[in-house]
Design a protein around this ligand. Structure first.
Ligand code: FES
Length: 188
């Protein structure tokens, strides 16, 4: 390799550095979107997204019949600027067996203004207490009477709530149901 060729190579290399830096900055929002962190340059660190402290587990035998509803407490860890570096919040939930055999789980935090809603199995009770007669069991909020149809993915069927309650992700392993994470988002 001649001296001229070596110099050309080095100049090419030097010219490519600003180009690489520019591309790096241009794509960093994409990295941040895929892997959100609070450290400005921690592009490859673990995500700061909330995560479960440990899954909540049920087995098939916990749901002996359709519309069995089990309350549970899910512990979610959030990154915080405190001495522990995180804060654990408890999110109440319901796990319900649907008539088709599926088990679903929802946060009990009402998407309207954050009250804790109830599982109401009896349509007569819903009609008396929540001002709406459903066709089957529902979730119903005592604060402003929002009613959610569990059989229709938590659809709002009465009241002021803007959307269904947040759902938990369930991983099924053998005969057990592991509630592993909560749908992202705030109250509403
Ligand atoms: S907080 Fe539940 S309906 Fe308003």
């Amino acid at each position: 390799m001649t001296e001229g060729t070596t110099r050309r190579r080095m100049l090419q290399l030097a010219a490519s550095v600003p180009l690489a830096v520019t591309f790096g900055f241009a794509f960093s929002p994409l990295f941040r979107f895929l892997l959100p962190t609070r450290q400005p340059l921690d592009l490859l660190g673990p995500s700061d997204q909330p995560r479960a402290l440990e899954p909540v587990t049920f087995t098939d035998s916990d749901f002996p019949e359709p519309w069995t509803c089990i309350p549970f407490m899910f512990q979610q860890s959030y990154k915080e600027y405190n001495p522990e570096g995180a804060e654990v919040r408890k999110i109440p939930g319901y796990a319900v067996k649907l008539p088709n055999g599926d088990v679903v789980a929802y946060s009990r935090i009402c998407p309207h203004l954050g009250c804790i809603f109830n599982f109401v199995k009896d349509p007569d009770e819903a009609a008396k207490g929540y001002n709406f007669r459903p066709d089957g069991p529902v979730f119903a909020c005592p604060c402003h009477l929002s009613v959610y149809d569990i059989a229709q993915n938590g659809k709002v069927v009465s009241g002021p709530a803007p959307r269904p309650p947040r759902k938990f992700e369930i991983k099924i392993e053998g005969g057990s149901y592991n509630i592993v994470s909560l749908e992202a988002g705030g109250i509403a």
